[in-house]
Design a protein around this ligand. Structure first.
Ligand SMILES: [Zn+2]
Length: 258
């Protein structure tokens, strides 16, 4: 009986994730242009035709409509169902880790913020302040009160996260007279440090630099090494942070024998 209940809650967490993912799509699409994320209702980006409720079921509608708008037949980007699916999977695995708890709730909201940041950064090379600036104090408070993160660990996380990248950015700018790391990355790392504690920063910086280096070298090979295409760093920081939620404890033990 208990097992069935757990299965059911697991499925519900995935469904909730998909629905939230559908909302994240709206945020990703509208936040960069400063539009309201509530109004107007979802519409086709090409023909502006309002999307009917029955055509707005996460993932499933995309499959039924074979990735096309019902009105104008224009192709809908597969990014939309991919983000819904990703959010559903994140919700499910966080639920498996934390169970029905406030830890699940807050780590899910945190992950959602990172999904929005990642896809906006990939598309526009910006990390919106509307998320990171309120995110720094709000996620820090959630971590201190509900996630067993110590007040000082969170506070040092914000200061070290912000300060570390600020110094790197300053150094880079002084050496090359070019702006490398954006201010958005600095605020994002402060938000990550505040929610996960300063200890997480070692791992996040190492992991994201490693993934970033691999991505950077691959882009150089594909696009020619003189390309000025700046790879956004926000997605790598986000991947590092999510990886820390799942494997942080284990990796810290391996690194520092704690
Ligand atoms: Zn259309």
């Amino acid at each position: 009986m208990l097992l069935y209940a757990e299965y059911l809650l697991g499925i519900l967490s995935a469904v909730l994730g998909a629905i939230v993912g559908s909302f994240l799509n709206v945020c990703i699409y509208r936040i960069p242009s400063g539009k309201s994320i509530v109004l107007p209702a979802s519409h086709c980006p090409v023909c502006k035709y309002p999307i009917k409720v029955y055509d707005n079921i996460p993932v499933i509608s995309y499959i039924i409509l074979r990735g096309k708008c019902r009105n104008c037949n224009e192709r809908i980007s597969p990014i939309y169902p991919a983000i819904e699916l990703l959010t559903a999977i994140m919700s499910l695995i966080l639920f498996r880790k934390y169970g029905l708890s406030l830890e699940y709730l807050f780590s899910f909201v945190f992950t959602c913020a990172l999904i929005v940041i990642t896809f906006i950064d990939l598309k526009h090379q910006i990390i919106p302040d509307v998320i990171t600036l309120p995110g720094i104090p709000l996620f820090a408070l959630a971590a201190i009160f509900f996630m067993n993160v110590k007040f000082m660990d969170s506070l040092i996380g914000i200061l070290a996260g912000g300060g570390f990248l600020f110094l790197i950015a300053l150094g880079y700018q002084l050496l090359t007279k070019r702006e490398g790391m954006g201010g958005g990355d600095i605020k994002l790392l402060a938000m990550l440090g505040g929610f996960l504690g300063w200890q997480s920063l070692w791992f996040i910086i190492m992991a994201s630099s490693l993934i970033g280096a691999v991505a950077g070298i691959s882009t150089m090979i594909c696009k020619g090494k003189n390309s000025r295409y700046a790879i956004p760093f926000g997605p790598f920081l986000s991947i590092g942070a999510v990886a820390y939620i799942f494997w942080g404890n284990m990796i810290m033990k391996l690194l520092f024998y704690r």
